[in-house]
Write a protein that binds this ligand. Sequence first.
Ligand code: FAD
Length: 391
Amino acid sequence: MALSFDLTPEQEELKRLVRQFAVDKVAPRAQDMNARSEFPVDLVQQMGKLGLFGLPFPEEYGGSGGTFLDLCLAIEEIGRVDQSLGITLEAGVGLGAAPVWEFGTEEQKRRYLPELASGQKLAGFGLTEPGGGSDAGGLRTTAKREGDHWVINGSKQFITNVGTDISEFVTITAVTNVPPSSGATKAVPEVTNFIVPTGTPGYTIGKGYRKVGWHASDTRDLYFEDVRVPAENQLGEEGRGFANFLKILDGGRIAISALAVGSIQGCIDECLRYAHEREAFGKPIGSYQTIAFKIADMQVQVELARHAYYYAAWLMMNGKPFKRAASTAKLYSSEAAVTAAREACQIFGGYGFTTEYPVGRFYQDAKILEIGEGTSEVQRMLIARDLGLPN
Ligand SMILES: Cc1cc2nc3c(=O)[nH]c(=O)nc-3n(C[C@H](O)[C@H](O)[C@H](O)COP(=O)(O)OP(=O)(O)OC[C@H]3O[C@@H](n4cnc5c(N)ncnc54)[C@H](O)[C@@H]3O)c2cc1C
């Protein structure tokens, strides 16, 4: 049979292990760490010890020797309990370590991957700038070659995992065909990626944002003022930096879809329990069709969204074209997560608007899923373009 929906026994075991960790260690602290905007270094490092940050990397680089789908399964299960910790894992592996794995030299892989795969250190992915989010090609950050160094100037915005106590470096995009005299970029910017270690002189990490959700995850602005990095910190080929980072985002979208599925599943878990417990007019609210149908709709959404990301991951892992499937999964599941979280709050009535139950937190956290790693509008543009519609 060519078509199979079975996870392997190892994948079922991975899901069970991560679920157990999330329920035992994360759930009791989730409300509090979000209320206090606390980044839980200890939980991140415990996840590292479980091998979650090394899931898609080979053992010789400190990884767990698993697959990209394994990573997505883990993100879903962590995200089912706490979305902040889910994005920390997603960004840590899918954005932080992935560029080194995909484009790094052998030496860079051996130097950086083991510490990232073990979860003892984190790296960020610096693409977005104040003038270039969806239009990521509108970047202004530059890097000029001076002897055996590159000198970087510019800034980045909204970067995840760069300002924690265990943040080791950020990979960035910078324009490298800068005319020596003017400092202005040429008409067609040539973009290259660089590894900028935390603590490099001239590299400043801004204060964390006050966000609507994802309170326990780390998001910062970055500033580069005559930051000198050695030539060996160039990541990938000169001039390939933009295409390389966009490639990373293709996989990232599948992982964000898994995170969104975790959110919907988390809402269903909570709503099923509450619909049995809470009584109104002498009956459990789950016996009213209006409530039951809301939960049935969430179940439809979670199944479709899960299949969408499994399929996109399967295409990717089998070397087939997967960009449209990744956008489809990200678009559908993030919008479904917002709808499901809104309905979950409705099911909880007044408690849905408090921090007493997790559904309010899921509601706050869901919105960013429609924005990060390409907005819903950008996903629709990519799908339309893939269908051959005029650009
Ligand atoms: C919590 C958080 C974490 C993040 N983490 C990272 C990270 O680790 N690394 C990183 O590089 N970035 C990160 N980002 C940035 C994120 O990817 C961007 O915010 C996102 O891509 C949107 O870019 P923007 O904010 O500049 O919005 P804009 O691009 O200014 O978009 C504004 C609006 O215009 C729409 N729009 C833009 N262009 C078009 C168009 N051509 N057609 C139709 N509509 C359009 C958009 O869809 C959106 O609705 C993060 C953001 C947040 C909030």
